[in-house]
Design a protein around this ligand. Structure first.
Ligand code: GRF
Length: 200
């Protein structure tokens, strides 16, 4: 089995797309973790039959309960999908190159603390950019600075507002995030097979 943990703080449309994408792949199992007990992602996960865990700030940053939970589930990949908090170094160290995030702009522009959600799109529109896009990247201890895995651009027309841009970006995210995760999963499958062959 390949165990994937999705961290999400809010709406969870990306989380749902990812879970739906892997519905027929029976060797994939998900757990959704959230810092927000009222987040809609929890409702979505439950509807999709996925286990949910809610944690508090000190369980992530002070105690090691989140880390221990992930280890007890033998998590292979952590997917951040609208997760608002910084990932602490104990998780980055325990899951090297196994934490991935999606950012709704073309990093390294429009990244960093405070650059999330509509703040990003408003800044892009205010700066009269002619394009924006999505960035899927590995996660390190700093906001939006890990190695870039994938980017896709979208044109901005003079009529675009932060709201219309947000729609365009979400459509790109829903299309590409599951596909890029599929590539990462394929790599994990290959490594697991090799491990089994070596043991034999
Ligand atoms: C996405 O735009 C993603 O880029 C950002 O947070 C948003 C989450 O949206 N990291 P949703 O909760 O998946 O709808």
């Amino acid at each position: 089995m390949i165990q994937i943990a999705i961290f999400a703080s809010g709406n969870g449309s990306n989380a749902a797309k990812i879970i739906e994408h892997f519905k027929l792949q029976k060797d994939i199992s998900f757990v959704v973790l959230s810092n927000n007990a009222n987040a809609f992602v929890i409702e979505r996960a439950k509807r999709l039959g996925v286990e949910v865990a809610v944690f508090e700030k000190n369980e992530l940053y002070k105690k090691e309960s989140v880390l221990h939970f992930l280890q007890s589930k033998e998590i292979d990949l952590i997917v951040l999908a609208g997760f608002m908090w910084l990932i602490p170094s104990n998780l980055v160290t325990a899951f090297p190159n196994k934490i991935v995030n999606i950012h709704p702009a073309l990093l390294p522009k429009y990244g960093g603390k405070g650059m999330y959600g509509d703040n990003v799109h408003r800044a892009v529109i205010e700066n009269k950019e002619t394009q924006s896009g999505i960035t899927i990247h590995l996660v390190n201890e700093k906001y939006d600075e890990g190695q870039i895995v994938f980017q896709e651009k979208v044109k901005i027309t003079p009529k675009d507002t932060a709201e219309t841009l947000a729609h365009k970006i979400h459509a790109l995210e829903h299309l590409y995030y599951p596909l890029i995760i599929e590539e990462l999963v394929e790599e994990i499958r290959k490594n697991k097979k090799e491990e089994i062959t070596e043991e034999e």
